[in-house]
Design a protein around this ligand. Structure first.
Ligand code: NDP
Ligand code: 8X3
Length: 256
């Protein structure tokens, strides 16, 4: 897929400093779109801007947990980037893999603040323009963890279940408009996700993907591009994807 499929589109990408978001920003630009690439790490954004060197890319530091940061972003957009019609709602993280009774409650709060509160606040800021223009795509980054529990997934999985249900509820509210909403639910993807989850412990992160042909950030972006390319009358409500080497296990039973 390489034609100019996004030429008339303006995308706000959250979490564009690595992983899915960076890959999606690159795909949107390659497709001729305009992209507002955001994240907290200014150095990453500067490097992306310098590498891609196009006036169709705008980079902005954004912390989705901060109301003021969202307001500054939206109010400070130059005219060619104001009419956002793709929201790639992707910024998020998992922190820790401890069982609920041992987990760090501050980690839980950070996941809720980022994956839930940040995502809904960005959505609330961008959606009115889409509805007014009767045009737009909201791609919300959920996870297989929304549907399938695993030990240590406790609050992370719950935040992603929120994202999935919020997406479906948005569909209900947007009926009558041409704004589309999709919950994307990936499994294992080898990005910075696990390094963040294990707080910089690269060895533990590498073990997650050892011996597995996991998805890459660009694999997930490819699937999202496919969703965005669909004819305007088709809405993918939710889309779950995994590497072939990942599947389901039996229920766990305590026979003690
Ligand atoms: P990465 O860690 O590579 O990317 C996460 C991105 O989120 C970074 O760009 C980071 O930017 C950004 N981010 C984190 N916190 C904030 C914040 N407070 N404000 C703004 N941006 C923030 O991981 P992935 O690309 O894998 O993850 C992207 C999304 O996909 C996440 O929501 C994750 O939960 C989800 N996901 C990941 C899967 C995987 O296996 N990798 C599978 C299923 C879902 P910065 O640090 O610069 O702010
Ligand atoms: C990330 C996928 O399985 O590590 O959302 O929770 S998983």
């Amino acid at each position: 897929m390489s034609d100019a499929w996004a030429t008339d589109r303006i995308a706000l990408v959250t979490g564009a400093t690595s992983g899915f978001g960076e890959a999606m920003a690159r795909r949107l630009l390659a497709g001729g779109g305009r992209v507002i690439a955001t994240g907290r790490r200014a150095d990453r954004l500067a490097a992306l801007g310098a590498e891609l060197a196009t006036e169709r890319l705008l980079t902005r530091v954004l912390d989705v947990r901060e109301d003021a940061s969202i307001a500054d972003l939206v109010s400070g957009l130059p005219e060619p980037f104001q009419a956002i019609d793709i929201l790639f709602n992707n910024a998020g993280l998992a922190l820790g893999l401890k069982k609920a009774h041992e987990a760090d409650v501050d980690d839980w709060q950070t996941m809720i603040d980022t994956n839930v509160s940040g995502l809904v606040r960005i959505t609330r800021a961008i959606l009115p323009g889409m509805v007014a223009r009767n045009r737009g795509d909201v791609i919300n980054m959920s996870s297989v963890a929304a549907s399938y529990p695993y030990p240590g997934g406790n609050v992370y999985g719950a935040t992603k279940a929120f994202v999935r249900q919020f997406s479906l509820n948005l569909r209900a509210d947007l009926l009558g408009s041409k704004v589309r909403v999709t919950s994307i639910e990936p499994g294992m993807a080898d990005t910075e996700f696990s390094v963040v989850r294990f707080k910089g412990d690269q060895t533990s992160a590498d073990k997650v993907y050892a011996g597995v042909h996991a998805m890459s950030g660009d694999d997930v972006a490819l699937v999202c591009e496919g969703v965005l390319r669909l004819p305007a009358h088709i809405n993918i409500n939710s889309l779950e994807l995994m590497p072939v080497q990942q599947a389901f296990g039996p229920f766990a039973v305590d026979r003690g």
